[in-house]
Design a protein around this ligand. Sequence first.
Ligand code: FES
Ligand code: FES
Length: 172
Amino acid sequence: MAATSTAARQPHEPIPTPAKVPVALIVNGTREQLNIAPWTTLLDALRDHLDLTGTKKGCDHGQCGACTVLVDGRRVNSCLTLAVMKDGAEVTTIEGLARDGALHPLQQAFIDHDAFQCGYCTPGQICSAAGMIAEGKANTPDEIRELMSGNICRCAAYPNIVAAIQQAMSKP
Ligand code: FES
Ligand code: FES
């Protein structure tokens, strides 16, 4: 009978858990101090640690745009962004777009144009559209479609979404 190596008989050593790291974020105007595992995505930090569940997890792989938020004014896929990478940054989520009790022009436009069915993609669509408008590169429906192509809508509300964005862009 072949001898079994001593190493094979050893129980597996538990893998030590890395220390949690402090991360400060300014979320929708409020400073938040988190103590999180270093691999925590910005999406999970928002949803699981700050209870801001408006931002949705769709694919969790950077392919659908449901998790789009604004970081220092620029749109990012929060599922592909580690929270520690954004220490000190300003984050705006769908919960932070309304001002003084009034909907953001994009939120109102999405309602006006019936630009959703299930609504799962909508927070990401609206945050992405806010970022796209700030970029100032879309002037035509085709350009809107191209620059919003990272945001998938399984309900295929695309014509209504483009119409809503055009309405918001027409407002000063
Ligand atoms: Fe982030 Fe799909 S959940 S891109
Ligand atoms: Fe359902 Fe866009 S409204 S996925």
